[in-house]
Design a protein around this ligand. Structure first.
Ligand code: PMP
Length: 396
């Protein structure tokens, strides 16, 4: 078949773009990964999965799954909601989950979303107008950046964790805007460092009409006395205006939530487009999330072991002479060029550790890295073997 001129130009455009990505070492392909959660299988080889967000090992805990399916009520649940929540998708299990979230966090209400991506890309445009200024940490996740891009507010990204600059910006602009929204993550997804939320709370309280939006995607489940995240650990749940998190990581499910004031929830139900114009998550998923959330406070032993294993890996990386600002289960080994990260990941995989390279645009240019994402399912022997292998392969 002969291609029209427009169509062949388009093909050329795609080819050129793919070529550029390849030349920069940033071409991505979709790996088909066979794994049972803990082990990734490739032919005869079995590799320890160090790239999972199942931080507490809940998603693959067969005993929990059996308990959940042991209840006839759960077995009867639908696998599709077949509608948006504003039509016929708002099953009673949603009310139960959102009530549970609000009770756990001690807030007035909660609202759930299809995913963390829906949540961030939906809430931020909904809560801003042309008189709103968004001040976001430089390293926030792509879903937050997309939310900012879709919003009609003005935005500035401040240097990562630089609260002096942040305050200068607030002082400079707070009279020009009707509202300022500070946006941050609690545990940063690529560096694993933790935000001093209390400092941000103190800062926002110094000025009128400054609000705080926190994404706890990597903090929920793993931090805090009851697993409610960094905000719980730092004692500031009630001081955060929009406290958000996801269910797809430590909580072993799918979806996301914001806990907030009742009137904010009512507003979001009316304004968040990725909430309104999408099919609600299946009731069976919502029930599974609720089932896990009800047990969250029980898993302190898993949280403690995860913290200890992560601390051992961070110490190893620092002893290797690499800078590592992580304070969590996300532990990067920054290598610089994309090629270096790709080679090192391949080497670790040959040695039985499934760790992946992270490259631009996910991380800034020149900071390609291996991103170790530990889970509580790792054993003391496995973490020792990982550390030993990293040391043995250093500078090879
Ligand atoms: N926020 C952060 C900080 C994340 O790291 C991610 C996922 N990597 C998301 C939001 C998106 O969450 P979800 O996977 O549920 O869409």
């Amino acid at each position: 078949m002969k291609l029209s001129k427009t169509s062949s130009n388009t093909q050329h455009f795609y080819q050129e773009e793919l070529k550029k990505l390849k030349e920069a070492g940033n071409l991505r392909t979709l790996p088909e990964v066979i794994h049972d959660g803990k082990w990734v299988l490739s032919g005869e080889q079995r590799m320890l999965n160090l790239s999972s967000n199942d931080y507490l090992g809940l998603a693959t805990d067969t005993a929990l799954r059996d308990e959940f399916l042991g209840s006839a009520d759960n077995r009867d649940l639908l696998f599709s909601s077949s509608s948006s929540r504003l039509l016929t998708g708002n099953f009673h299990i949603y009310t139960q989950l959102e009530r549970l979230l609000a009770d756990l966090f001690g807030t007035e209400s909660a609202l759930t979303f299809g995913s963390g991506y829906h949540m961030n890309s939906g809430i931020l445009p909904a809560i801003t107008d042309s008189r709103t200024l968004i001040l976001a940490d430089k390293l926030v996740h792509a879903s937050i950046i997309d939310g900012i891009l879709l919003s009609s507010g003005y935005s500035i990204r401040y240097r990562h964790h630089d609260y002096r600059i942040l305050e200068t910006l607030i002082q400079k602009y707070h009279k020009n805007y009707s509202r300022i929204i500070i946006v941050t993550e609690s545990v940063f997804s690529m560096d694993g460092d933790v935000t001093p939320l209390q400092t941000l709370v103190e800062l926002k309280n110094k000025y009128p009409n400054v609000y705080l939006y926190v994404d706890e995607a990597h903090g929920i489940g793993v931090r805090g006395a009851h697993g409610l995240g960094v905000a719980e650990e730092q004692g500031c749940i009630k001081d955060i205006d929009f406290l958000c998190g996801t269910f797809g990581k430590a909580l072993g499910s799918i979806g996301a939530y914001v806990v907030c004031r009742e009137r904010i929830r009512n507003y979001l139900v009316n304004k968040v487009r990725p909430f309104i114009f999408t099919t609600a998550l299946p009731p069976v998923n919502i029930a599974w999330t609720k089932f896990l959330l009800e047990r969250l406070s029980q898993w302190d032993d898993r949280r403690q072991w995860l913290a200890e294993a992560s601390s051992r890996l961070r110490t190893c990386i620092r002893e290797m002479g690499c800078e590592c600002t992580s304070e969590s289960q996300i532990v990067p080994l920054t290598l610089g060029a994309s090629e270096k990260a790709i080679e090192k990941a391949a080497e670790m995989q040959r040695k039985g550790f499934y760790v992946l390279p992270v490259r631009p645009p996910t991380v800034p240019e020149g900071t390609s890295r291996l991103r170790f994402s530990l889970t509580a399912a790792i054993t003391p022997e496995e973490i020792s073997r990982l550390i030993q292998t990293l040391k043995e392969t250093q500078n090879k």
